[in-house]
Design a protein around this ligand. Structure first.
Ligand code: TYM
Length: 343
């Protein structure tokens, strides 16, 4: 059965936040039933910031375990580590020759990161979206479920695919971004609700981590920044903190904004904070428990990742053969076999 192909990934740059869960991972798990899903731990992307090798290795495995704990089923979906499939870096190089400097220079995430990592503005940070395009295009991806912040990168992937296809024939599928509705695509920082909730935020109180204990979650929501207006309304411009809590509550409870406003029509901020915390605790508790089990069985995790890499590699190599041929590069018979793909 030819189901649409879904690809997505997250960086092992620290523990994942509630924003990653609501904006991406939860949506991934829901798509497994009627799509061919490929989920990747994008460790090569994470090298654009300095990593301590020993801690990095653990974090990569943590993230893979977290994918499973969130409900990614390796019997249905491919789950693998980006650096296990060399074609990602290879295709990124080829696609970089189809990407314009001006396009990369416009990326808001690059500008933000260049500002926050001013001591290490490496070339990888600049070409980061090209590697992302390679991730996506390598698998003939139709849909890419992401949070709002990744939309610009997705647009670039589409532009690169269209440019390549225009010159060399219809090799790549032009992917569609899929951004969750219901306010989950842009979960905000609890201390500064004008910013997105980011795993790299320094303040502990700013972000809820997927693996936070219930006490920590309650404390963070109780200290969430709101406003002095004393009413609970859907007024993003004047009440970004309140709207963020409403969005989190309704994403966790599966409710609409209307239902949320009726539920909280008492206008008590204290109750809004505690009930949002409770909804998030209910949502994340099973994930944390499953994660702990999975991390205590390294052999199972390793087996899943080895199988995932094999499945990903098979797909990626088929695409690489087509891309290299289309560009006029002679195919290596050691890699692709002596008879196939000779054109
Ligand atoms: P990353 O690791 O920053 O985030 C993983 C996913 O979580 C989403 N997200 C959010 N959604 C809602 N609210 C938030 N506050 C929030 N913060 C993060 C992100 O949009 C993302 O979907 N470049 C990507 C990783 C990547 C990728 C790819 C994604 C590399 N190659 C190919 C899709 C396809 C990133 O840094 O995500």
């Amino acid at each position: 059965m030819n189901q649409p192909i879904v690809f997505s990934g997250a960086q092992p740059t620290g523990q994942l936040t509630l924003g990653n869960y609501l904006g991406a991972l939860r949506q991934w798990t829901a798509m497994q039933h009627d799509h061919t899903c490929i989920f990747c731990v994008v460790d090569l992307h994470a090298l654009t910031v300095r990593q301590d090798p020993a801690a990095f290795r653990e974090r990569i495995l943590d993230l893979a375990a977290l994918y499973l704990a969130c409900g990614i089923d390796p019997e249905r979906s491919v789950i693998f580590i980006q650096s296990h499939v060399p074609a990602h870096a290879e295709l990124a190089w080829l696609l970089s020759t189809f990407t314009m400097m001006g396009e990369l220079d416009r990326m808001t995430q690059f500008k933000d990161k260049a500002r926050s990592h001013a001591h290490n503005v490496n070339a990888g940070l600049f070409t980061y979206p090209v590697l992302m395009a390679a991730d996506i295009l390598l698998y003939g991806t139709h849909k890419v479920p992401v949070g709002e912040d990744q939309k610009q990168h997705l647009e670039l992937s589409r532009d690169v695919a269209v440019r390549f296809n225009g010159l060399h024939g219809p090799i790549f599928v032009v992917p569609e971004p899929l951004v969750t509705g219901g306010g989950a695509a842009r979960i905000k920082d609890l201390q500064d609700p004008l910013k997105k909730m980011s795993k790299s935020a320094e303040a502990d109180l700013a972000k809820v981590m997927i693996l936070d204990e219930p006490d920590a979650i309650l404390k963070k929501f109780k200290k969430a920044v709101t406003d002095g207006l004393g009413s609970i309304r859907n007024d993003e411009a004047n009440q970004p903190g309140v709207v963020n809590l409403l969005n989190i509550w309704r994403a966790a409870r599966g409710a609409s904004m209307e239902e949320a406003l009726t539920h909280f029509s008492h206008n008590q901020y204290g109750r809004l904070k505690v009930e949002t915390a409770e909804a998030v605790i209910d949502l994340l508790d099973p994930v944390r428990q499953r994660f702990t089990e999975l991390r205590s069985d390294p052999a199972e995790l390793e087996g899943v990742l080895t199988r995932g890499a094999e499945q990903a590699m098979e797909r990626a190599e088929a695409m690489m053969q087509r891309v290299l041929s289309a560009l006029g590069l002679p195919l290596n018979p050691r890699r692709f076999g002596p008879t196939q793909g000779r054109s």
